[in-house]
Design a binder for this molecule. Structure first.
Ligand code: PHE
Length: 446
């Protein structure tokens, strides 16, 4: 058992670390390609609705659960519902975190590779603007993606070994504000490209018929969960280091707003360029890695800005990896005599090994397809669209119905506010209904 429990150094430290966990590859890499595959504007509407009506209430619920328990994800349920099976929901979150980390590290490795390429200049010297070719050569190599994946994991492991205040908090405090400035700048630049309007229209003009397509709705819900980081026990874990004075609703609001704005801004950086350069918005997971270098190459001082961008992308990925790693590490430290570094080593190595075939899944293992998708892509879809949705559903049911109205409202700092009733209603009725219908639809085969 851990002795003295760690805490965030300040309320701002908590918010920045949590925004750091929410904002990551999901906002830039995943948002762009999933929105691209699902029709842009229609997707965006469903996405924002599902953030507000389903994601946000669950974020608050997870924070409330985490802070009252001051332990790992499973402890949160053990305290709130002793002698029940509910702690399994915590374990589900812990397992999902590890699964996500296993492929997240791979894509984060791509970002690091592009950072190195941008700094050394190799990224800019590729034949013409053939970034499709650059990407294809990188990914076809059996060892390179694995090496970059390992490098990213190693850095995340170092940060988490440093602990909550000295590791996680410090890294986030500097990186997150810088990244925000950057994305705004890029979105503005992208808007000046000839033909940028088509990108704006793609993102903001909905094709209403897409709204009747269950795939679009599932994809939007899955993306909102992934991007907020709901269902992975990250909020439960991070909130467990929170001081009782920090108000949950305000913090949750800042995190949700920050995460959503960030995704939209990243879309405004990417889609105008996709159209300006005549690329296909449905390119899938490689979208950002092919379009972004092209924008940079076309802009003045683009090589410097491009290298900086990939630095920040790697950093955003890092802060999310740190959060994903902290979830299982907190559980091990809490339950075994192992020290932090020992737990980090065990989880880090396991995740690395699981990730190796995923890193190769676009190259040497690209013949292996699951449901028509490469291994990494298939795992990402399965976890984000179904596992996270299931965990989110269970959290909503637990906090909404099982925990007790009074406990839930008090733990969420919503006991005196009228919004408390609205929050509970969303948790009790809206979230379960929406997620339940979607899962059901998926079970009977969409
Ligand atoms: N939300 C992060 C992103 O958008 C990914 C993540 C998921 C981070 C779950 C932490 C927990 O990239």
């Amino acid at each position: 058992m851990a002795g003295e429990r760690e805490q965030w150094g300040s309320g701002t430290g908590f918010v920045l670390a949590t925004i750091g966990s929410a904002v990551g590859l999901g906002n830039i890499w995943r948002f762009a390609y999933v929105a691209g595959e699902n029709g842009g504007g229609a997707f965006l509407i469903v996405y924002v609705l599902s953030v507000l009506l389903v994601g946000a209430p669950i974020v608050i619920a997870e924070m409330a659960l985490g802070r009252q328990a001051g332990g790992d994800a499973a402890t949160a349920f053990e305290r709130a519902a002793p002698n029940s099976r509910w702690p399994l929901v915590g374990w589900l979150g812990i397992v999902s975190s590890c699964l996500i980390l296993s492929y997240y590290a791979v894509i984060a490795g791509w970002a690091l590779k592009y950072l190195a390429g941008g700094m050394l200049g190799t990224l800019w010297r590729t034949a013409g603007t053939d970034y499709g070719g650059y990407y294809a050569r990188f990914i076809a190599n059996p060892g390179e993606p694995v090496a970059w994946q390992m490098a990213m994991l190693a850095v995340a492991m170092l940060v988490v070994t440093g602990g909550v205040q000295r590791g996680i908090e410090v890294v986030n405090r500097y990186l997150m504000p810088t990244l925000a400035v950057f994305v705004v700048g890029l979105a503005v630049y992208s808007a000046t490209l000839p033909g940028a309007g088509a990108g704006w229209r793609f993102l903001f003009l909905p094709d209403w018929s897409a709204l009747t397509d269950p795939h679009v709705i599932i994809a939007a819900l899955g993306q909102s969960f992934f991007s907020l980081g709901v269902g992975m026990a990250v909020y439960i874990t991070y909130a467990s280091y929170m001081s009782p004075q920090t108000r949950i609703p305000v913090n949750a609001g800042a995190i949700i707003l920050g995460d959503t704005l960030f995704a939209i801004l990243a879309g405004l950086a990417i889609f105008p360029a996709v159209f300006a350069f005549g690329m296909n918005p449905e390119a899938g997971p490689k979208l950002a890695f092919i379009t972004l270098p092209q924008i940079f190459l076309a802009m003045p001082a683009g090589k410097v800005i491009g290298a900086l961008f990939f630095l920040l992308l790697s950093a955003a990925a890092l802060t999310s990896m740190v959060a994903l790693l902290e979830v299982p590490v907190a559980a091990i430290v809490h339950r075994t005599p192992l020290k932090r570094w020992g737990a980090v080593l065990i989880v880090g190595l396991t995740v690395f090994v699981v990730g190796i075939p995923l890193a190769m899944s676009y190259g040497v293992l690209s013949d292996i397809k699951v449901g028509g998708r490469a291994l990494l892509d298939a795992l990402d879809q399965a976890v984000s669209n179904y596992l996270l949705a299931l965990a989110g559903l269970l959290v909503a049911l637990f906090v909404g119905w099982r925990w007790g109205r009074h406990n839930a409202l008090a733990a969420a700092d919503l006991d005196r506010a009228a919004v408390g009733a609205a929050w509970l209603w969303l948790l009790r009725v809206v979230a379960p209904l929406v997620i339940g219908l979607i899962l059901l639809n998926a079970l009977v085969g969409v």
